[in-house]
Design a protein. Sequence first.
Length: 156
Amino acid sequence: MVFEDIYELYWQKIFRLCMGYVNDTDVAQDLAQETFIIVWQQLPKFRNESSIGTWIFRIASNNCLRQIEKEKRFSKIDLPINLEEKKQESMEPQIQLLYQFISELPETDRIIISLELEEVKQAEIAQITGLSESNIRVKIHRIKEKLTQKFKNNGY
């Protein structure tokens, strides 16, 4: 598979995965771009031990986790009062809310539900996260319950 095909096939999925981690369009785009830079650099070393999708999702997940660690180390400085944070306008409110709720989950739950939303097979999610398939099934069920409850608590 050539890089351009991989990029076309996985860009949106990786972007949405990153959105689930950071809930910030600009940061998610940066993380997705960084992921594909790594994919481009490492593609000659890819050994087909897993599917290309599993490999890319693992790179993206690791990249997002590194970003979260960086954010924890460097406290955020408040913007000047006269500046307002810009939100992605084109996303439906429920989708924005879903990303917000996902970003509030523990890190492992974020990766699991983000991959589930991208319709990655549970066996692949288990491979990416290093958890058993049965554990993944249980976690997905619990995560969905948590997200449903968050929507109910917000009047949806």
